[in-house]
Design a protein around this ligand. Structure first.
Ligand code: SF4
Length: 328
């Protein structure tokens, strides 16, 4: 029986952190057993905002591929590929641009938000405006049924559904309207208590060394009420406890919550438990990362085979699209 297709990707724009691992990659690993999954490295998307400085692109693409594999994506179970190597995405993007009203792109909420957020860059470009359309091409070229997203990202899929619907109405019923595969992502806080993010400089990276991870957790902010070990605290106000909720066992969480509220444990002991548990999750990832870093040929091989597989499916769709749009 054919499995439903799932598609997702990440931008090749820097190192991955624990938030990316817990929020997306771990979920992708589970999905690869149940669906026909296509996971890509969105290098063109990185250029929509980072076009002025592409110096890191090759290195970031390689690092992202390593992280995909180190986190547990298995090229035998899913298709892993590099977006720019499947040029059919660009062809479909171009053809979809013929039928997409400008207003649809201008009203995508992230269009204005990101321009505000990245004020130091000139994002009044055609490529940045067309980002959601390229994203649509990425998804529908595989005629994917699902895109794994958190509930706050569901509106972003709406434009892809609208464009697929418009194409089907104008020409031929080729594209399924992609649906959100809702996932509950735990919110991962960074070392300063805000959402873990590269831009806040509060992230624990998959490429950090064990010593760096330990140092970052040791210096994390805690409940400000606990100045001395004898002060009682509220674990819910401590970012350390929020990470315990993700990485520690139920028993440990209870022990810590009680100990924090009654001043039964100190922050140093509490953080030591967290360090132990985070290292346990990261150790197999580091091991795999090191193996892959030592063997660049295997990375080339995986990227080439995955790209070839993706290209075959994309090309099949494009033949239907060209035919439907009257192209020779
Ligand atoms: S004991 Fe743990 S949870 Fe409580 S304030 Fe200290 S670090 Fe945070």
């Amino acid at each position: 029986m054919n499995k439903d297709k799932v598609l997702s990707g990440m931008q090749a724009s820097g190192k991955l952190h624990l938030g990316n691992l817990v929020g997306a990659l771990s979920n992708w690993v589970k999905l690869q057993d149940k669906y026909e999954c296509y996971y890509f490295i969105a290098d063109w998307h990185s250029l929509t905002t980072g076009y002025a400085d592409p110096s890191h692109m090759k290195e970031s693409t390689k690092d992202l591929l390593i992280n995909y594999l180190a986190a547990g994506l298995d090229p035998e179970k899913c298709t892993i590929f590099i977006q720019s190597r499947v040029i059919e995405h660009a062809e479909l993007h171009l053809l979809l641009s013929m039928i997409t009203p400008l207003g649809w792109l201008e009203r995508v909420p992230t269009y204005k938000e990101k321009q505000q957020e990245l004020k130091d860059r000139d994002l009044s470009t055609y490529g940045f405006l067309g980002y959601p359309l390229l994203q649509t091409a990425d998804i529908i070229i595989y005629r994917a049924k699902y895109v794994p997203v958190g509930v706050d990202q569901v509106p972003h899929l709406e434009i892809s559904r609208e464009v697929a619907r418009r194409f089907n109405y104008l020409y031929k019923e080729i594209f399924p309207e992609p649906e959100a595969l809702l996932t509950e992502f735990p919110k991962v806080v960074g070392t300063d208590g805000r959402k873990m993010s590269k831009s806040y400089d509060n992230a624990i990276y998959l490429s950090d060394s064990p010593e760096e991870v330990e140092r970052k957790i040791r210096t994390m902010v805690t409940d400000p009420a606990r100045v001395k070990k004898t002060d009682v605290g509220d674990p819910e106000l401590s970012p350390v406890y929020h990470l315990h909720k993700i990485f520690s066992s139920k028993e440990e969480q209870e022990y810590i919550a009680n100990g924090c509220r009654t001043a039964g444990i100190g922050c140093i002991e509490c953080k030591k438990i967290l360090i132990k548990n985070v290292l346990k999750v990261m150790e197999p990832i580091w091991q795999r990362r090191n193996e892959l870093l030592r063997d660049p040929d295997i990375l080339q091989d995986i990227a080439s085979k995955g790209t070839e597989k993706a290209k075959k499916v994309a090309e099949e769709t494009m033949q239907l699209v060209r035919e439907a749009m009257g192209l020779y």
